[in-house]
Design a protein around this ligand. Structure first.
Ligand code: SF4
Length: 344
């Protein structure tokens, strides 16, 4: 499954689920948004995760993303999840910091796990490269590609036209031709980076403007097992999830219930249609930061329903959905061209 297809599916509400199965990670990157390490304690119980994955039997998501920390520090769990998900026709995608690439060969057990995946993403940036060299990561990616698994790279840029990114693109094309696309995101002041990244790439925000949120489409299961309607780090890593963004907990919620809320919740629909700044202005909320306006929003159900009943709402809702999917089209189906968050 190619990265462009994944990005397109992800932007349709309730089609994907992100599962953070552990906060543990053998690497210690200076920018890590989840502040993961081998000392981090948060780890969901295997039994709870497998029970939740079993509920995919009804109306399953198309893709399940396994992430962390480092998901592959729990190899047998990843294998069990992938087997179960396959039973329900769900494709499994793993993102890794590539700690295992220090070894020249993939172990037989790791090869078996990776064989069960539909897509594999390696994090490659200057922070990861300080611990595992690009050469070693590329050697492992070549093995994974040779197994017939679709591969991509996710990287970070500190600025527009970052020379690091240019160099990575050049090297990737040289090694893999057009077989490995790159997903590029800006470095933001979050997690470990919050103490040293001062200049965030800031959106220009106008109070009350209609600016739909395209991130409120796929739920994330955080380290506490809470199912959160948004993938923003500052929301998912909080132990307390704002109630209007919390869709339940994997210990007592089924996927069918989660998907229903993702698609039909009036607040989430309004967020994907108007965005938090407009909703805040309609509810006399003074907060002007994009995500803060969402986090501290006090939903007025009647007002939200009225907003979504307006004639323009249907038009904007459909249009916003098309735009969210179109972002994925910036990445050609076949080609290692950078998909850049800077350009959209
Ligand atoms: S507006 Fe809300 S749902 Fe969207 S990214 Fe910000 S916090 Fe998440």
């Amino acid at each position: 499954m190619h990265l462009s297809e994944i990005l397109q599916i992800r932007s349709s509400p309730g089609q994907c689920c992100f599962l953070s199965i552990t906060r543990k990670c053998p690497l210690h990157c200076a920018h890590c948004a989840t502040e993961s390490s081998m000392e981090a304690m948060e780890e969901l119980e295997e039994e709870d995760i497998l029970r939740f994955v079993d509920t995919f039997s009804e109306d399953p998501p198309q893709i399940l993303f396994l992430t962390g920390g480092e998901a592959l520090t729990r190899p047998s769990l990843v294998h069990k999840i992938a087997l179960k998900a396959k039973d329900w026709g769900v494709k499994v995608h793993v993102t890794s910091g590539m700690f295992f690439a220090k070894e020249p060969l993939l172990s037989p057990s790791l090869s078996k796990i990776i064989e069960g995946l539909s897509h594999f993403t390696a994090s490659v940036d200057s922070f990861h490269e300080a611990q595992v060299s690009r050469e070693k990561v590329f050697r492992s990616l070549k093995t994974i590609l040779d197994m017939g698994i679709s591969v991509s790279i996710q990287t970070l840029a500190r600025e527009n036209h970052d020379p690091y990114v240019k160099d990575l693109v050049r090297d990737t094309e040289r090694c893999f031709g057009s077989n490995v696309p790159i997903f590029l995101a800006p470095l933001v002041s979050s997690g470990r980076a919050s103490s040293w990244v001062s200049c965030q790439i800031k959106k220009l925000e106008t109070p009350g403007e209609i600016h739909p949120c395209s991130l409120a489409s796929w739920p994330v299961v955080n380290f506490q097992g809470n199912i959160v309607a948004c993938c923003h780090d500052s929301i998912t890593k909080n132990q307390q999830t704002p109630s209007h963004l919390c869709l339940g907990n994997i210990r007592n919620t089924t996927w069918k219930e989660v998907k229903h809320q993702m698609i039909h919740s009036t607040y989430l629909r309004a967020l994907r249609t108007y965005g938090p700044l407009y909703l805040a202005s309609q509810c006399r909320n003074e907060i002007q930061d994009y995500c803060e306006a969402c986090m501290y929003f006090l939903p007025d159900q009647k007002k939200l329903e009225n907003l979504m009943r307006q004639e323009k709402a249907q038009f904007i809702e459909e249009y916003a959905q098309k735009i969210a999917q179109k972002k994925s089209y910036l990445l050609p189906e076949y080609g290692s061209v950078v998909y850049s968050l800077f350009k959209i």
